[in-house]
Write a protein that binds this ligand. Structure first.
Ligand SMILES: *Cc1c(COP(=O)(O)O)cnc(C)c1O
Length: 447
């Protein structure tokens, strides 16, 4: 029997909404050609399945779609190496400088995935009619490659990003792929460029990894794309600030929201970000760092910019709680940092930690009026935003309908809980503080 290829367009399947192994295998199974086969061979629900020889015959005339296969990667190394920007330079901070190489993989509906390539970094060639340029058929991931204090290169739970990328492609009619193959391609690129772009004598540096998929289909019709391009690049970023002193958030106005039930806020699709930039620009102009995205008449709290939002307060019964928005309405992105903080908090904070009081971990729908009330009654303890880009950023102030809510920070510059959570995550990412061998740290062997 032919191996099951997993890559046809995801006709009519439900969108995948979680990052778990089960969720992924469901999505892949639903997208397997057996589904197309059953659709073409059995065209009504009472038809009997074809006999064995008949099935074989059908199978041989069926196009076999090739899987995304990292083991087939074809490498072409650069002959004009790029210069690594100086630490602290404007070039480094520009977020325009990428490493020497990139990964590319082409897909089309007739043959599936072509052999991926590792090739010199450079511009793409796209038809002006390409689907992604008109219909936002684009999704991406955001990860980091860390140069550890122990000299090793690490990724942080990269399997979760690869799973989420599949979930995002599903939402916008881009082709499926086995997430493990994407991970292998990312690792290949990191292994190739890591040594030069994150020198061992500069521990604590990182590169930003941007896996992207676009519909490159040159047909201008509004339809499911028949061609796509997957690419992965490594971009230089300025060293991570710790945001000590806290960030200030501006709550979104009633006339704008980031995501809505039935939409695509849970997917990392480009269409979520362009439309948020007007509000973000306004926030910056008024001296705030990010928008706190509210939703609906009850002002449900969803996210802070492109980060998940956490608050710690004492509830009315006097119990200390760590609260973040649940994922049920699919208006909040299932952040890897969010997930990791919840897991760490459940295992290390729920019963108290050193001088920190035990707290309950709560994922639920909550709104800004609850924060306003907690602040007024002196029950607000701290708040922070969490995501790969901004890491764990303490929040010092939230502006909502003409008033500033001051958010306490127990340690002056940062909340006590944010501080300890940040410490654990840092240890895992950078291989320090006794967290070197943690299972969430994925060590990349350099070439
Ligand atoms: C990427 C992103 C996050 C953070 O997710 P991480 O996996 O933790 O980086 C949160 N919210 C939005 C809207 C995002 O795009």
């Amino acid at each position: 029997m032919a191996p099951i290829a997993l890559t046809p367009p995801n006709e009519g399947n439900e969108t995948l909404s979680n990052l778990t192994e089960q969720g992924i295998s469901d999505a892949l199974r639903k997208n397997a050609p057996s589904q197309l086969k059953s659709a073409s061979m059995i065209n009504n629900i009472t038809a009997t399945p074809p006999s064995e020889p008949e099935a074989k015959l059908q199978q041989s005339t069926e196009p076999t779609l090739a899987e995304l296969d990292a083991s087939k990667v074809q490498c072409t190394y650069t002959t004009s190496p790029r210069t690594v920007p100086e630490v602290g330079s404007a070039e480094m901070a520009s977020q325009k400088v990428c490493s020497d190489h990139m990964i590319q993989a082409q897909w089309n509906a007739e043959t599936g995935w072509a052999a991926p390539t590792l090739q010199p970094y450079g511009p793409l060639s796209l038809s002006p009619t390409a689907s992604c340029l008109h219909y936002a058929t684009e999704c991406f991931e955001g990860m980091k490659l860390y140069r550890g204090h122990d000299g090793k290169l690490r990724l942080f739970r990269p399997n979760l990003n690869c799973n989420r990328m599949l979930m995002s492609t599903n939402r916008i009619a881009l082709p499926a792929f086995p997430p493990t193959e994407l991970l292998k391609l990312i690792v290949k690129l990191c292994a190739t460029d890591g040594a030069k772009w994150l020198p061992k004598d500069r521990p604590g540096q990182f590169l930003y990894i941007r896996p992207t998929m676009i519909a490159s289909d040159p047909a201008l019709g509004v339809e499911r794309p028949k061609e796509a391009l997957l690419f992965v690049i490594l971009c230089c970023f300025a060293p991570m600030g710790n945001m000590n002193g806290g960030i200030k958030l501006l709550a979104s106005q009633d006339d704008m929201c980031r995501a809505w039930p039935g939409g695509f806020g849970y997917a990392k699709v480009g269409a979520n970000y362009g439309p948020s930039l007007v509000a973000q620009g306004e926030a910056r102009k008024r001296g705030y760092h990010q928008i706190l995205w509210l939703f609906g008449e009850d002002c449900t709290i969803t996210e802070a910019g492109a980060s998940n939002f956490f608050v710690i307060w004492r509830n009315k019964a006097g119990k200390l709680e760590l609260v973040t928005a649940d994922l049920n309405e699919k208006i909040v992105l299932d952040g890897v940092t969010r997930r990791s903080i919840l897991e760490l908090a459940r295992s290390k904070l729920a019963a108290g930690h050193e001088e920190l009081e035990a707290l309950e971990i709560v994922e639920r729908k909550f709104n800004i009026f609850e924060i306003v009330e907690a602040a007024k009654e002196g029950r607000l303890v701290e708040a922070f935003a969490a995501g790969t880009a901004w890491f764990v950023a303490p929040i010092s102030q939230i502006h909502f309908r003409g008033e500033d809510i001051e958010v306490p920070m127990a340690k002056g510059e940062v909340g006590a809980y944010a501080d300890v959570i940040r410490g654990w995550l840092k240890g895992i990412m950078w291989g320090s503080d006794g967290m070197e061998g943690h299972e969430w740290g994925y060590v990349v062997d350099e070439e």
